[in-house]
Design a protein around this ligand. Structure first.
Ligand code: TYC
Length: 139
């Protein structure tokens, strides 16, 4: 296609005055606040995807559950080695609580349920709870 000089001039003018596609003011819910750059409007986007939240599964100390039982629970339900299990058990024993593992909501919920049911079935008062892990990309 052959362009006449006038058409070329018009196209070049249009090109130079083109606005960024997302110059704000639209109703795109993915658009974040604008930032002023070097004479140009930059649009900052919020991430469209979020990492799933993670949950800490925590064991609580008590005065009656045998230490060996806690170590057994850590090995059976949290796949810890003997050394890791002893370390976590002692942390709980001395500090009052300790993290057995970090999982997605559903996995954490299942572990809490299984551990509490297992402890109850063996008549030990060992309690397991879950707590949302604070993540850096949340306000
Ligand atoms: N404190 C318990 C004892 O001395 C041991 C224990 C450790 C219990 C960890 C619970 O989550 C626990 N027998």
């Amino acid at each position: 296609m052959r362009l006449e000089t006038d058409e070329v001039r018009t196209l070049m003018t249009q090109y130079r005055t083109l606005q960024p596609l997302s110059s704000g003011g639209g109703n795109d819910p993915t658009e974040g606040p604008e930032m002023e750059g070097e004479g140009q409007t930059l649009t900052k986007y919020r991430p469209k995807v979020k990492r799933p939240s993670l949950y800490k599964v925590i064991l609580l100390n008590d005065d009656f559950t045998p230490q060996d039982f806690v170590v057994f629970v850590l090995r059976k339900f949290f796949h810890k080695t003997e050394d890791e299990a002893v370390k976590i058990m002692l942390q709980v024993h001395h500090q009052g609580a300790g993290v057995a593992g970090v999982y997605s909501f559903e996995v954490a919920e299942t572990k809490v349920y299984l551990v509490n049911e297992f402890s109850r079935s063996k008549q030990h008062p060992l309690k397991c709870i879950m707590e949302k892990e604070s993540s850096s990309d949340e306000d």
